[in-house]
Structure formats: structure tokens, C-alpha cells
Design a protein around this ligand. Structure first.
Ligand code: GLC
Length: 424
């Protein structure tokens, strides 16, 4: 396991699921195999029809600098783009096949433009890469006759085909890790379709680490993961190792106007607080349209999050998990040693529910409390504390219970953050 400081401290990233099929307003890749149970709004599109928009991809509104500015305004530290999804279409220039953006009307290397823009805002670069390729003849490609998609009955290659495919796969990954400078994350997917031996994971990992010594590899390259990738949920117990929850704003990864089941801004911010309080990262997905614009429903929510973060990001970014669940009914974070500039020992309480007059925090050193206030506007809050009577006499530093008055007037429409400043 590689411990990589920037990622350890990161809390929020932008996931971007985009491809030529976004022109059709459908989920990425999965429609061509007839959909999958986990994507309720996924279409079923004939294979040929799905692939045909690869010839017309020309996203004139693709402005990666705007995405980068947006990511920055959200307090994001990194961004991960689908360089290649299961449908096999490369958003980068590749010598290995004609099936890429170089052959589409747009021609320019989308991955390069993305990387340049994100880097210019100081964001770290992640590339999503699907190991499976439902278009490559040697994979072999998925056909209409292979429908419906069955996890236990997939089209299989001959040994010769597989040898050629592995060459192709290694070569494309080598291109991505050679031609674009430092890549911070390689985010694999699709490994379930073959065995770790077939993927030659050890050789692949070796090649990756030789080319990019500081890179992080997600756990979807079997046995090689630097971090776990729970999908669409927060692990109930905080995992011991690095982890990142990837999450869609509606129920689809790619741009899918059939799917109007959007999470509210409030739900998304609540998720962010919970993830931060468990020491994880939130990789929040956006689904640009075929022309490169972010759909308005997603943009609105991102703007709400950015607005909330502009006042509250201190409680999320560069924090460590705060109190134990028995100490406070809600997610909390704190500034650790790493962030001592924030003034030593500061605890952040995230109120995901409206309090009845007051909230309580238990088992903290009550004599060390210096002040309690609302993070967004520094409104100071009244509080009282108590501990066992003999403790208050005999113990110079007793643990006790803190009760904080929280008037209606300080409640934020999304999440109210309350700071407790303590002597270090
Ligand atoms: C799933 C899906 C894929 C999506 C990914 C994101 O594995 O196959 O469509 O890109 O999750 O985590």
C-alpha cells in the first residue's frame, strides 16, 4: 500500500463519465449490452446503433477549463475522466486502434485537454480506464447475439485472441502513462469479466509503477489496489485503509435525460459530510451532454455545494474523523496535527438534523473548551458543561458533557457546522 499524502488529505473529487454515446442521451456503455440491474434507467440499444455516434462526436461546447474552475470552486482536489469506458471508445489519441476521438470529427485529444485544464487549476489527475472492451474484436466484442448480458456467461476469446488483446491493453495503458506527464490516479473498472491471471495483474501493476512511481491504483485491478472504491454507498464502518465512494447525482453515470431521479443538493452535502467524518473521499460524478455542457440539473446542485463549501469547506478539507458515534449524534471531523494552522484542536459538528433547542457532545475535556461558534459566520453560541461532581473537584482535566444552544436563526438550509475550539 502506497501512502500518498495528497490523497490521504483529499476529500472531494470530480468523476466525469463522458463518451460519444452521450450524444444519444443514454447511459455509458451498458445500453449496448442491454442494460444491467444496477442501473435502473439504462436503455437497451442495438449494438450497432450504440457505436454509430462514434463517427459524429464533435463536442463544440467542451470547455475543460470551465470544468476545472467548477471543480476548484467546489473545493475539489482531483478529477477523474473516463479515458475509455467499457464501450472501448478512447477519448485520447492512440496508436493502437482507430476507435478513438482522433477518428471522430472533433479530432483533438480530449484527455490531453482535460489534463491541461485540470493541472492549470492545481487539481490532481485521474484517468478511468475500463479493462473490458466490448468493441475490440479480440476481447471479443459484444454482439447483438450475446444479449442479454449475463455475468456468468460472457463471450470468451481464444488464447490467440487473448494474447493480442493483452498486448493492446498494455499498450494503451502505456500510452496514457507515458504521453501526458504525471498521472496521479489510474482508476480501473470492468475486471470482473476475466480472472486476475488473465489480466496479468502483476505484470500490469509492475509496468504502471515503473512508468508512474507516484501513481495510485484503485482496487478494481484485482490484488493491486491502493484504495477501495465503494460504489453508490458509504461503508457502514469506516474502513481502515484509504477509500473513496463514487456517487452519481441522479442514478446514471452517463448523460441520461430519461433519468430524473436527482439527489437533492442537501442529500449530496450530507453525503459529503458523512464521508469526511469517516475519513473517506467523495468522487462525485457529472455526466456532460454530447456537446460537452454539464446538464443544468447537475450544475444547479454543484453550485449549491460550491456555495455551501465557500463557507464550510474548512470542516471537510484536510480534516480527520472527529468524535466517536456515542459522543455526538452526527458526523464530525477535526483538524489533526497535519493542519495545526487551524489553531490546534478544533472539532466540527455537522448538523444533518434540526436540533430541538440544543445539542450535546459527550466525553470531551470540558475545561479546555475555549469557544463554540457557527463556522459559516462565526456567530458564537452559548454553552454549558458538566461532569461528575467529584471529578470537577479532583480532576484538573475532566471529561464531561457539553450542551450547546442552537437557535433556529443559525440553521443552514443544507448543513449547519458548529466549531468547538479547545486548548491544545
Ligand atoms: C460500474 C459500471 C460503470 C461505472 C462504474 C463507476 O462498475 O460498470 O458503468 O463507470 O461503475 O464506478
Amino acid at each position: 500500500m502506497i501512502i500518498n499524502n495528497w490523497f490521504d488529505a483529499a476529500r472531494l473529487g470530480m468523476f466525469i463519465h463522458w463518451g460519444h454515446s452521450s450524444q444519444q442521451g443514454c447511459e455509458l456503455s451498458w445500453p449496448l449490452v442491454g442494460g444491467v440491474f444496477s442501473l435502473p434507467f439504462c436503455q437497451d440499444i442495438p449494438v450497432e446503433k450504440y457505436h454509430c455516434t462514434s463517427n459524429t462526436f464533435n463536442p463544440q461546447e467542451y470547455k475543460p477549463q470551465e470544468w476545472a474552475n467548477l471543480a476548484k470552486s467546489l473545493g475539489m482536489q482531483y478529477a477523474v475522466l473516463t479515458a475509455k469506458h467499457h464501450d472501448g471508445f478512447a477519448l485520447f489519441h492512440t496508436q493502437e486502434s482507430e476507435f478513438s476521438i482522433a477518428s471522430a470529427p472533433y479530432k483533438k485529444d480530449i484527455v490531453r485537454e482535460f489534463i491541461d485544464a485540470m493541472r492549470s487549476e492545481g487539481l490532481r489527475i485521474g484517468l478511468y480506464f475500463s479493462l473490458s472492451d466490448w468493441h475490440h474484436p479480440d476481447y471479443p466484442a459484444f454482439t447483438e447475439a450475446d444479449k442479454p448480458y449475463r455475468f456468468d456467461q460472457l463471450p470468451q476469446p481464444t488464447p490467440e485472441q487473448w494474447e493480442r488483446y493483452i498486448q493492446f491493453l498494455f499498450n494503451q495503458i502505456r500510452e496514457l502513462l507515458t504521453n501526458y506527464g504525471q498521472i496521479d490516479i489510474i482508476w480501473f473498472d470492468g475486471s470482473w469479466e476475466r480472472t486476475p491471471e488473465q489480466w496479468q495483474t502483476q505484470e500490469l501493476e509492475q509496468m504502471i509503477r515503473d512508468l508512474q512511481p507516484n501513481i495510485l491504483i484503485n482496487d478494481r485491478l484485482p490484488n493491486c489496489g491502493d484504495f477501495a472504491t465503494p460504489e453508490q454507498f458509504i461503508p457502514p464502518q469506516p474502513p481502515k485503509h484509504l477509500w473513496e465512494t463514487c456517487l452519481t447525482i441522479n442514478e446514471s453515470w452517463g448523460y441520461n435525460p430519461d433519468d430524473c431521479k436527482f439527489k437533492s443538493s442537501r442529500q449530496l452535502i450530507h453525503t459529503l459530510c458523512e464521508v469526511a467524518a469517516k475519513g473517506g473521499k467523495l468522487l462525485l460524478n457529472i455526466s456532460p451532454m454530447g456537446n460537452g455542457k454539464i446538464p443544468p440539473e447537475q450544475l444547479e446542485r454543484l453550485q449549491d455545494i460550491a456555495e455551501w463549501m465557500s463557507k464550510n469547506s474548512e470542516s471537510i478539507l484536510d480534516t480527520i474523523p472527529g468524535l466517536e458515534p456515542w459522543q455526538f449524534y452526527g458526523p464530525s471531523t477535526r483538524k489533526g496535527v497535519r493542519a495545526s494552522r487551524a489553531g490546534g484542536n478544533r472539532i466540527y459538528l455537522h448538523l444533518l438534523m434540526k436540533p430541538y433547542e440544543s445539542i450535546s457532545v459527550r466525553g470531551i475535556p470540558i475545561k479546555q473548551i475555549k469557544s463554540v461558534y457557527v463556522l459559516a459566520d462565526s456567530t458564537s453560541l452559548d454553552f454549558t458543561s458538566r461532569c461528575a461532581i467529584m471529578d470537577s473537584i479532583l480532576n484538573p482535566n475532566p471529561l464531561g458533557e457539553l450542551t450547546i444552544d442552537v437557535p433556529e436563526s443559525v440553521i443552514d438550509p443544507f448543513v449547519t457546522v458548529i466549531c468547538i475550539d479547545m486548548e491544545s
